[in-house]
Design a protein around this ligand. Structure first.
Ligand code: FES
Length: 135
């Protein structure tokens, strides 16, 4: 491809708030994957319908690992312990017992590398959506 330059994503060196956590090739569509950032945050990466999102790996009900749960056909991520279901893009609770949303982190791609950044803002009880589409 020639012509206009492609958008350039922030690299870890260019923006230390974004950290590489995995390769796109590690995460097939319909998969969830646990990663722990160098900063210590446990992250649950989700790839659903070609979009990647990064949520907290810690269920807001009783702290179970969300990456041990299931990604359902409706785009909810179900905790394996008591069955709370969260929207995999916004972290919004779709089925109790949890009542607080799952924190969402900003996510970007740099080539095949998935970068996770700061936690998104929480507005009206849910976190801002942050997903990146796999080319
Ligand atoms: S720990 Fe996740 S629903 Fe209870």
């Amino acid at each position: 491809m020639t012509g206009a330059p492609r958008p350039v994503f922030d690299s870890p060196a260019g923006n230390p708030e974004f950290e590489p956590v995995a390769s796109v090739t590690d995460l097939d569509d319909g998969m969830v994957l646990q990663r722990v950032r160098p900063s210590g945050d446990a992250i649950c990466l989700v790839r659903f319908n070609g979009e990647i999102s990064a949520l907290s790996d810690i269920c807001t009900h009783q702290h179970f690992s969300m990456s041990l749960g299931d990604l359902l056909e409706d785009g909810t991520l179900q905790c394996a312990w008591h069955g709370t279901r969260y929207d995999c893009r916004t972290g919004e609770v779709r089925q109790v017992p949890a009542t607080s949303p799952l924190p969402v982190f900003q996510v970007r791609l740099d080539g095949d590398t998935i970068l996770v950044g700061p936690r998104c803002q929480r507005i009206d009880g849910k976190y801002e959506k942050s997903t990146v589409r796999v080319p």
